[in-house]
Design a protein. Sequence first.
Lengths: 315, 89
Amino acid sequence: MRFIDHVIHLLIPRQSNNHRAKIIQADSLLIIASLLIAFNFVLNYIPKVRPGVLGYAASISKDEIVNLTNAKRVETGLSPLIFNETLSSAAFSKARDMIDRDYWAHTGPDGTTPWSFFSRFGYKYRYAGENLARDFSSAGAVVDAWMNSPTHRDNILNPKYKEIGVGITEGDLAGVDSTIVVQFFGTTYADKVTESVAQVPGTQVTAKINPRPSLKPSPSPSFSPVPVEVGIAPEVQAVVSSPVSGNQKVLISPFTTTRTVSITVLAMLILVYMLDAYLVSKRKITRIAGRTFAHVTFLLMILMIVLIIKSGSIL
Amino acid sequence: MLEGIKKHFHHYFSLIAIMGVGVTGFYLYRYDQFFQIGVITSLALSYISWGIIHHTIHKDISLSVILEYVAVSILGSIMIYILLFNSHL
């Protein structure tokens, strides 16, 4: 009975809570905010004591990335890229390098460039480019994020590229189980670049690659011609396959967990505000308080934003 | 409550307009985390300002009312900050 009374005190306006549901009073809202911060600290502390518990569930396959990328190119009148196993092996090697050496950048901590992976696998490139993504939940979300970034979009829609390779791997990045997608584009000296389609603006320069991890997408397209003889075909190297499945599930996703908690809290507060307003209006109680309609509007806006935010990072 | 909304429609219209612009901006720049942080901070401050102005005009402003708007703003902002932090964007 005492528990029920306490719940009513929290949710229903009555004399004991000064005719304002306790949970929507300022002090309670600040306590909820503090609990959310504490919850987030706990969630992000877990990797330190139990590595591998946190992570981002992903169901991404190389074929999906290639197909979606080619679909975007075809939509703009470009020819689809040809899947190249050597490029995929190089891309996978780059992805594993980031996991093994715990970095998230185009250039490794020791200055290793993406192009060295091309060369290491014997891909004699005339033009080359790289797109990176991590922690997305699906291939569609990865390609959408790249297409929404001008520099990554330029890579995808570059008429000079003829071939594509994709490497996907999972592993521990800074204590969190991450899914990394590396997309390599290339054209060898043996390939003829005869596209009649207008070129994407701003892609004719050799771009610098930001060597440090950044939350903001940094310029990634690059065309780095290397001094190799014209007409030499790329040598196909041994295929490197991923040791983990692209559909592997992990236990707790920090993003999904916090989003679920946020949606639950917001839905509960909105309902309590509406119930509170209805009961106060029905009982004709006069009180000095904030406007319920305004609070509900603000919380609905927060709810919409929570639904808009997506997980994942591109570089 | 509905009568109050009808009577002061222009107040609530401005509030909904501010929130609508915020959500639209958030959606359009959903791949720019720094812009998103700026948008949510601006929205929270705008909401507190709206509350203070609205209640001052109504002559029912008090510290507890201001604290209520501040608390709602803080809670909403923290939810978004935490989600952005965990989204890795």
